[in-house]
Design a protein around this ligand. Sequence first.
Ligand code: SAM
Length: 209
Amino acid sequence: MDKTEQTINSYNVHSVEYIEESLARGVRTKDIEWIFSKVTRKNPKVVELGCGNGRDAKEILKYTHDYLGMDASEDLIKEARRYNPGVSFKVSKFNEFVFPKNVDFIIAFASLLHADMETFKAVLMNANRSLNDGGTFFISLQNGEYREVKREDNMGTRTFYLYTPENVESMLPGELVKEYADFQDLRGKRWFSLTLRKQSIYNPTNGKG
Ligand SMILES: C[S@@+](CC[C@H](N)C(=O)[O-])C[C@H]1O[C@@H](n2cnc3c(N)ncnc32)[C@H](O)[C@@H]1O
């Protein structure tokens, strides 16, 4: 089994423990409130990458009904569907996910920490194509100069990747620009949130006064 499959398998095998831990950690109310405070459009189109058991989906759905969550763990998606009846969730890996078009917000809470640089770059390219002009990509990650970390604990064996905001910036396709980065210390580790905004390079009204 390769590293990606091993990580996904660990989330499946230990889904019960993971869900318990996830609910104990609590909903990202503040982040979600902040993200949606920037929206003017009613019912914005939102995609959540690595949505896990749908804990944060429940909060996001207070701000929009146009939501799609994806995660590679079948067991966590099963729980997300149970917890959020009637809501769209897809089982998919980051590098296989077909992004919908005309998205206003892409959110990845502590999930792209399982994506190596090659996968992360592909996600950024696809996110760029998927976002509307002015659309936002919110990412939270554990901070550290890019490297792979294998962790073996009660949740099985999982491979994580550390990034700095600069590492992410170095992979950005032309139209995605860094808007904001913020650092937090959580459970003895340093984390950051990064927002990227899509600014179309081609603007047919440019130069027409
Ligand atoms: C640390 S959890 C974060 C979950 C949730 N966003 C949260 O903040 O609680 C990482 C999530 O990424 C998912 N994941 C891991 N590898 C993945 C991959 N290659 N493609 C898609 N999702 C993946 C896991 O199943 C898990 O739900």
